[in-house]
Ligand binder design. Sequence first.
Ligand code: NAD
Length: 296
Amino acid sequence: MSAQIIDGNAVASKIIAEVKDAAGKLKEKGRTLLLAAVQVGENPASKVYTANQAKSCEAAGIEYKLHNLPADTSKDQLRQFIGKLNNDNKTTGIILQMPLPPGIDATSIQSEILPAKDVEGVNPANLGKVVFGEIELCPCTAQGVYQLIKSTNVELKGKEVVMVGHSDIVGKPIALLLLNDLATVTVCHIGTRDLASHTRNADIIIVAVGKPNLITADMVKDGVMVFDVGINRIPLKDEKGNPILNDKGKPRKKIVGDVDFDKVKEKASFITPVPGGVGPMTTAMLLNHVVNAGQR
Ligand code: NAD
């Protein structure tokens, strides 16, 4: 059996079309949606993210403003800036770009974002609401994975789910979302003694670790559903196993997830690719949250 490949771009496009429609209706009522992104200092990876955010917002009819703060911004100055955005009537949602400069703890700043404007779902208030099944502003990737699972129409009640990875904004909220649907959820992590003994029993496996090939075909049962959150950049190799170099003589890289996709897909019933699986859903959920915040 070869798995059905879940097209994250297709599911995300549908959500973005709904967002655009909702944004248009709000505009008719005189309410423009504005996503404010806060970036402290320069970061090449963030530049790519913010450019993508701007493009996605434009496609969805949401205004986007990037606030570039100097690299030497202090924690107090950043808190004050967030406070200004919290009080700004035009700003619908706030997104804080990572990483922050050393010495500024992300969690403490995320706690400063007004929960109603916290479109990433990283404020403790919004994270806490997931416990009660309130997910209007739940962490974007977690909700994106949940929506992808739902897109298969699987009945979650009674399913054995293994969540590999227990980060605060991915693994833990995903576990809670599935628990609310009466799945039996096991959370595995760096401290888990025998990962394969858990994954082999799973009807659904979600992996968010950041290690290529962590989940191999011998670790899964036939018919399993696999959702790969991991993002890893690994060197491209030729048939002889030598690295392929770019014009500057540096190794070319490709993006892979945490699952041995080619082999696991031969046993799975459903699987998400990387790229093109969970990634586009994270952005779609972010835009969806801006609409949710605007409607509130
Ligand atoms: P993290 O990096 O904060 O933590 C990693 C997790 O993996 C921890 O729970 C740790 O205990 C676990 N872990 C580490 N080694 C392990 C092992 N050998 N066996 C089992 N568990 C192990 O987690 P994160 O921020 O959720 O990120 C995880 C991955 O997901 C990264 O590759 C990240 O880039 C990716 N990610 C992707 C998206 C997306 O939109 N697709 C969004 C967020 C994160």
